[in-house]
Design a protein around this ligand. Structure first.
Ligand code: SF4
Ligand code: SF4
Length: 471
């Protein structure tokens, strides 16, 4: 029986580039490196205008807290440091480097020089942090933080090869063309986490990649290859955990709390590179597709390359673009300009014309068909959540577990009334998060006032005792 989960949808897969080998993009004349490309703090620039930088050099880093550095993806000269709107819509600084095409490697880059058996978890945490590795499936959570929080609690180390979003095929190509990097990364993490074997979670629409992995795994036997039913959002970590272990991850909980750690296939390959060569994350694979693209391709791209250069390399546009998406069409982030730089979380650039636009209803109104409830993999009631959100009943939204929504978009995808369900939920979640932050701040303030009052009380008591003693 194929592994799966309850709910979900079957959008047309449109894996048009599955047969296209990864092509290396020519080096760009300039790269634009945003200082925020991960979950966590924004990096502080470590270079200034006019500085010469080497490929792989750390040019920005976070000052404490969660986050990881950004690196120069080419050698050259820092042309400017400017504030721009990032791919996620937030205004952030970005470092512009004019490429000198010398490909001068930073002297800081060197392999750790230990065999897999000699590596420790601390070594790998340090290496992945320095290399700026984050979840490359789109989540961009720093990998070192995932390793630190999961240490000693993990039973299942799972490589996420599901790639359930339509159009995207970079993981599929990685598994076909460079599977040894993925299994190499897995071997390293198994060793340092003290595990005997890992699990490779892959959908059944990648038969050739499954065969390749089985062939490679034959000698080492470090993983169980778990073939899952092709269904969206099978790549969501909660759905993978359920499919492979039967464990349910409820909202507010993290995979390590049920003994699981999930690492995307390309992230695993980046871990392998960083440990074996010292190379930080300066390049990634990107699928370029959509009905506007003349010749859809899979590309290997230096971070910071503007997306118009990717599109040009794919033969340019054949139709007027209506929507540019970073990531897949279900969960990706729409971009407002063609010049946004490729960042760590850019697994795909999809360009759609107006003909691909699904929503036709001008004033969408729920017809109570219940389809969204049936499709929701988190077992929520999206129709109720929308109704409460529209009426501003945030308490009711919280009661109906709106924060459990993973924003997969299954509800919106099949809504016959075109209700903008996930968009409405996302806005309500944002307001609730603000509410929660305010509640936490108020509670912290109250606690501080209480402590201050107690201290004052203790001081007065001590003074009174001392006074009595003197008398
Ligand atoms: S799928 Fe759309 S129309 Fe049907 S219940 Fe959900 S919100 Fe209403
Ligand atoms: S309510 Fe959230 S989790 Fe459920 S289907 Fe909609 S977007 Fe996905």
């Amino acid at each position: 029986m194929k592994l799966s989960f309850r709910g979900g949808v079957h959008p047309p897969q449109n894996k048009n580039t599955a047969g296209k080998a990864i092509e290396k993009m020519p080096l760009p004349k300039k790269v634009y490196i945003p200082l925020s490309q991960h979950i966590g703090g924004v990096c502080v620039p470590l270079v200034k205008k006019g500085d010469t930088v080497d490929k792989g050099q750390i040019i920005g880093n976070v000052e404490g807290g969660l986050g990881c550095p950004v690196h120069a993806s080419v050698s050259g000269v820092v042309e400017s440091i400017e504030v721009k709107t990032s791919a996620s819509g937030v205004k952030t600084g970005q470092i512009v480097i004019a490429n000198d095409f010398e490909e001068r490697l930073s002297p800081d880059i060197a392999p750790i020089g230990k065999s897999v058996d000699e590596l420790t978890l601390d070594d790998v945490i340090e290496i992945t942090k320095k290399a700026g590795i984050v979840g490359l499936g789109g989540a961009t959570f720093p990998t070192y933080a995932k390793l630190s929080s999961g240490a000693g609690k993990i039973e299942y180390l799972i490589v996420n090869c599901a790639e359930c979003e339509p159009y995207i095929t970079v993981n599929h190509r990685l598994l076909l063309e460079q599977p040894e990097r993925v299994l190499g990364g897995l071997e390293i993490l198994l060793k340092v986490l003290g595990l005997e074997k890992g699990y490779i979670a892959i959908e059944d629409n990648k038969k050739d990649a499954i065969d390749k992995l089985e062939e490679l795994n034959e000698s080492k036997r470090i993983a169980d290859i778990c073939v899952m039913k092709t269904k969206y959002p099978q790549g969501d970590e909660r759905q993978i955990i359920y499919a492979l272990t039967g464990k349910e991850l409820t909202s507010g909980h993290l995979p390590f709390e049920v003994g699981c750690m999930i690492i995307n296939a390309e992230t695993m390959a980046a871990v392998y590179d960083a440990v074996t060569t010292g190379m930080p994350l300066i390049e990634r694979f990107v699928t370029v597709d959509g009905d506007c693209i003349r010749d859809p391709k899979n590309l290997s791209v230096r971070l910071g390359t503007p997306i118009n250069e990717l599109i040009d390399y794919c033969g340019g546009l054949v139709k007027e673009p209506h929507k540019i998406i970073f990531g897949g069409p279900m969960m990706g982030v729409a971009q407002w300009k063609m010049y946004a730089p490729t960042v760590k979380g850019t697994s795909a650039v999809i360009v759609f014309s107006k003909q691909q636009r699904k929503r036709q209803t001008e004033q969408p109104s729920c017809i109570h068909c219940g389809r969204c409830v049936g499709h929701c993999p988190m077992h929520l009631m999206p129709n109720y959540l929308v109704a409460f959100a529209k009426e501003g009943q945030l308490d009711k939204c919280r009661q109906f577990d709106i924060l459990g929504c993973v924003e997969c978009g299954c509800c919106s995808y099949d809504c016959p009334a075109d209700v903008p369900i996930v968009q409405t939920i996302r806005v309500a979640k944002g307001k609730i998060m603000e509410q929660i932050r305010a509640e936490k701040a108020a509670a912290a303030m109250k606690e501080a006032e209480k402590k201050e009052a107690e201290n004052k009380d203790n001081t007065e008591k001590t003074e009174n005792t001392e006074e009595k003693g003197e008398k």
